[in-house]
Write a protein that binds this ligand. Structure first.
Ligand code: KG4
Ligand code: ZN
Length: 478
């Protein structure tokens, strides 16, 4: 259909641009027909302006040639460009919420961790994690709003992680986000958890412009991505089995460490007492000249090293061992950490080379995700990055591990370019079908980095964030 969109002139060019994009997109689906037939004018149209907070009250005229005219643009008292977004995160074992302003100010940042549960059961059990989220989600969101000194009606939108993650856990956050958004008539932004880990670096480092390279290292993922622009990512490498965080957590458990503050931090601390060269673990995947990761083999090497000591380390807490035993455990921890991080260093070095071939303008490597809060990881990667002529950007540790700030910020980034869903119904049924994406790639694989093992595991995989966004972009007319 040939559509011309005319709208009431606003003072704000970004708003005009946003409306144009919005309706160009609408005109490709059923709303276009509604516009053309004039039915849209009788529908309660509610659009929130992403930067000025205009509300469009009505469409004054709809002609048969689908020209659309808006009137009654209302501007709220808030300053241009000022958005306030609530972010909710429940994809794994932390229940988190935060309120962030579009100028990067963090108004609140609340996290309720399930580390106690993890320590007791030795890993994330989905059903138990879901119940733990459900117990605290109302309180966490309430605190985030109160600490920000706001009421829900002051928000511009609600952002929530919709994947990847455990679907039972994602559901708790998404249901809560839809409840708040429905009750207060707020738009909603579905966020990709790993994109949020990467983009939070743009909140903390205002100089960070696209394109950039990112290494995302967490409990469930190892990703090397080239970020061309917002919503356009190329995956240079990924984990073909276990992620590095999982290897830290398992090693910490097998060494009998106190897991209440997390396996990774406990292992990092113990490793400072050990000799990193005492055990010669082999570096994974050296024969594969790509940027993929594997930690399953290193985990096996660690298990064998522990078994060879003939000490039941897992069941004898480190707090009750002799100094000799403690030293043995520290040596294993330090040797594991050295090799786990050498694997990261080698892959990053190759990824920098690949990325600079594709995008010579790249200046930064962002390292984020829970494992990026590790000081040894940061200092080793800083060395590699500097040696290769780039600069390292690591968000502060509290923003590397899962948090609501990264979700709110990613919501702000997408909302500002008009990517959001309309407010859900005020009273949505508890069993309505939700858009949850437990297996959701961020970008498509860079061909030379393609992994055979990985490509086979595509069952129930959602199309990548990048492919969805690229497909929804308005077609440029020749
Ligand atoms: O990003 P994140 O908080 O949650 C996921 O998305 O998985 O990452 C959690 C992972 C856990 O495996 C945790 O042990 C690890 O990050 N981690 C660390 C450190 N802090 C958290 N690993 C090593 N050293 C740390 N200091
Ligand atoms: Zn994470």
């Amino acid at each position: 259909m040939n559509s011309t969109v005319i709208f009431a002139p606003s003072q704000c060019t970004r708003f005009n641009c946003f409306l144009k994009n919005f309706f160009t997109r609408c005109c490709r689906n059923s709303s276009a027909r509604q516009i053309a037939q004039g039915r849209f004018s009788r529908m309660p149209l509610f659009l929130l302006h992403p930067t000025v907070h205009h509300r469009i009250q009505s469409i004054s005229a709809v002609s048969s040639s689908s020209d659309v005219c808006f009137s009654s643009l209302q501007q709220s008292s808030r300053e241009e460009g000022d958005l306030i977004v609530l972010g909710i995160e429940t994809s794994c074992d932390d229940t988190a919420a935060a309120v962030v302003r579009s100028n990067g100010e963090i108004l609140s940042h609340v996290i309720c961790s399930q580390a106690e549960l993890l320590a007791r059961y030795g890993g994330v059990a989905p059903k138990m994690a879901e119940e733990a989220h459900a117990r605290v989600i109302d309180e966490v969101v309430q605190q985030a709003i109160e600490k920000a000194n706001l009421k829900e009606k002051d928000l511009s939108a609600v952002a929530v992680t919709i994947g990847p993650g455990l679907s039972l856990c994602l559901r708790v956050g998404v249901q809560k986000a839809r409840k708040v958004a429905g009750q207060f008539n707020l738009p909603i932004v579905g966020v990709h958890h790993m994109e949020a880990h990467a983009l939070v670096a743009r909140l903390t480092e205002k100089d960070l412009k696209f394109p950039f390279l990112a290494l995302l290292i967490s409990g469930g993922h190892n990703l090397l991505i080239l970020a061309h622009e917002l919503g356009h990512y190329v995956q240079l490498g990924t984990s073909i089995d276990d992620a590095i965080g999982e290897a830290y957590d398992k090693t910490a458990r097998w060494l009998g460490l106190d897991l209440r503050k997390g396996g990774g931090p406990a292992l990092e601390e113990l490793a400072t007492e050990g000799d990193a060269n005492s055990i010669k673990f082999s570096i994974p995947m050296r024969q594969h000249k790509d940027c993929n990761f594997s930690y399953a083999g290193l985990k096996t090497q660690v298990r064998l090293a522990i078994e060879s000591t003939k000490i039941d380390m897992e069941n004898i807490p480190i707090s009750s061992t002799s100094p000799e035993d403690r030293k043995m455990r520290a040596d294993i921890a330090a040797s594991f950490q050295r090799v786990a991080v050498l694997h990261l260093e080698e892959r990053c070095e190759r990824a920098i080379e690949w990325a600079l071939n594709i995008e010579p303008a790249i200046k930064y490597l962002v390292v984020s995700g829970g494992v990026a809060s590790n000081r040894y990881v940061r200092s080793r990667l800083d060395h590699i990055v500097t040696k290769n002529g780039l600069s390292l950007i690591c968000p502060p540790p509290s923003l590397c591990t899962d948090n609501g700030v990264m979700v709110a910020w990613t919501g702000i980034e997408h909302f500002s370019v008009g990517r959001f869903d309309p407010p859900p119904p005020a009273h949505e049924s508890e069993d309505s079908v939700l858009d949850l994406r437990p297996r959701w790639p961020l970008g498509d694989e860079y061909y030379p980095g393609r992994s055979e093992a990985r490509s086979l595991k595509t069952a129930r995989m959602h199309p990548s964030l990048t492919s969805i966004i690229q497909a929804s972009k308005p077609l440029t007319r020749s």
